[in-house]
Structure formats: C-alpha cells, structure tokens
Write a protein that binds this ligand. Structure first.
Ligand code: GLN
Length: 284
C-alpha cells in the first residue's frame, strides 16, 4: 500500500500499524515524538496533516521497533521513578521493578542527617539520580560502573536532573579502594541473567549491553563478588538493596545472610507481586 500524498496523523497511524508488528501504544509514542504533540492532542486532531520529514522519521522508527529495538533507544529517553533519563545502547533500559529499590532507599534515608548512598553498577544512573533528585542537599551519592560508556550516559543524566554536584562517579567494580566507607545505603542492580537465559535477537533485550545482563551460569556471579566487599563498605546502621530475578532470589538471600550474619535479611516484592529484591538491614 502506497502512502497517499496528503498524509494525516490518522492515515499515518493506520499505515504504520498495517506495515509492521509495532503495537498501537508504541505507534502513538512515535507519532507524538515526530510531531512534537502530546498523545491527547494527536487523538483530538487526527485529521491534521503530517510533514514529509515527520512522516519519514515515523516510518524509520516503526521499522526499527519492528526489528526488535527497544523504543527508549529509538526515542532516546526512558521514564523511571517520574524522571526522564537519556538512554542508548550503552546502558540497560531502566525497568519499572527497579523503582522499588529507589523507594526503599528514600524511606531509609528519610530521617538521616547526612546520608551517603552508593549505587553499584549504575548504568544510566537511574537509581542514584532519582534518589538525589528526590532528596535535599544533605544527601550525597557515589555511583560506580565497570563500563566507561555507561558512565558517560550516567553523567549526562546527572546533569539533566541537576544532581551532579552531589554525585561522584567511579569507574571499576566494588573492590576498588577508591570507594571510601561508610555508606548508609548501598543499592545494586547488577547483571543477574543466567548466561543461557539471555534472550537472542530479535528480543529487545538482545539490543542491550551483555555486560549489563550476564550474571554467569546461575546469574549470581556478580553478586557473589559484590557481597565480598559490601560488608566493609556498609555503615553499622545501614541497608543494602539488591535486585535479581524471582527464580534466584532465594539463592541471593542465602548469599546475603552468609555475608551479613548479624543483619536482618528480607525479600521485597515488585509491582507484579514477584520476589524481586533482597534487603539487608544492619543495626548498631
Ligand atoms: N531485568 C533485566 C531483564 O530481565 C535484567 C537486569 C539485570 O540483569 N540487572 O532483562
């Protein structure tokens, strides 16, 4: 089907939906991006003509989406905890379930005087930047990642959210002596997908950096390493929050208990009521 010469928003929407396997909500977001209009506006003024430039961009974006590329990479941003983060294929797309770690961290630091937060494997910086954006100038954070590429994205996000004066970045992993104890909150969303479970192309996950996903044979390699160092970094009265996949949460909980024998260790549930993270609470 050729696109008629006078292309309206409605015609373009129908065309994109008929051409590719792209779902209606993604088409709507693509149309909103290329026209610079809100989705509500697009619904009300569907008979408005679309410029040739917007039309060709929409067609290109829909094609990329149909090939599996995650929409946030195509549009350049992802929403997380009420903020907009720059994302591209150097970082994992922040997931809604990771918002629980931010909620827990915010609740814990609520009444602390000068809390220090450590975000291990920061990626796009979504966790550290959200925590800082939602707290006062008394809160400081360190963010660390082994990927220099990811840190560039995280730094851009820190600037975008205006939190860079309170955020210090480090390259490397949690074993680096550059991290100065003690942290009141340590948050880690480390790679936890068992190698054999990493989705192949054209799954959207196949577009994401493997280094951000691959947790080794059982998914827990990075957490084993992390838990060797976390105890010496955590304050006497502090928390560690670690996200993982529901099937490996019980194993992660056992590792956490072994690393923090005197702490209270609990499992947190995500929006879908699945076991999603482990929380370690130490007390003086
Ligand atoms: N939740 C991501 C996924 O299932 C994995 C994130 C991670 O490994 N930290 O694709």
């Amino acid at each position: 089907m050729a696109v008629p010469r006078r292309v309206t928003i409605e015609k373009l929407r129908e065309f994109l939906l008929s051409q590719s396997s792209v779902q209606a909500p993604d088409v709507q977001r693509i149309l909103s991006y290329v026209t610079g209009r809100s989705e509500a506006w697009l619904r009300a003024y569907g008979e408005t003509e679309v410029s040739p430039k917007a039309e060709s961009q929409a067609r290109e974006f829909a094609q990329r989406r149909a090939s599996g590329e995650p929409l946030p990479y195509i549009l350049g941003t992802a929403g997380f905890h009420g903020h907009s983060f720059l994302v591209d294929n150097r970082v994992l797309v922040p997931r809604p379930e990771t918002e629980h770690l931010v909620d827990e961290a915010l609740e814990f630091i609520n009444d602390k005087e000068r809390p220090r937060v450590l975000d291990v494997g920061t990626g796009s910086g979504a966790i550290a930047c959200s925590i800082l954006a939602e707290t006062g100038t008394n809160v400081h954070a360190n963010a660390i990642d082994v990927s220099a590429d990811a840190l560039l994205v995280a730094m851009a996000n820190a600037q975008r959210l205006g939190v860079e004066p309170r955020l210090t970045f480090f390259i490397g992993d949690v074993s680096t002596p550059a991290l100065r104890p003690f942290f009141d909150v340590i948050v880690a969303n480390l790679p936890y997908v068992p190698t054999k479970d990493i989705a192949p192309s054209p799954d959207p996950v196949s577009f994401e950096p493997r280094i951000a996903l691959d947790g080794g044979a059982d998914g827990l390699d990075q957490y084993r390493r992390f838990l060797k160092h976390a105890p010496r970094l955590l304050a006497l009265d502090g928390i560690v929050l670690m996200e993982a996949a529901p099937p490996i949460i019980a194993d992660l909980e056992a590792l956490a208990r072994a690393a923090f024998p005197a702490a209270e260790v609990t499992i947190g549930i995500d929006y879908g009521k699945r076991a999603r993270y482990v929380k370690v609470r130490t007390r003086e």
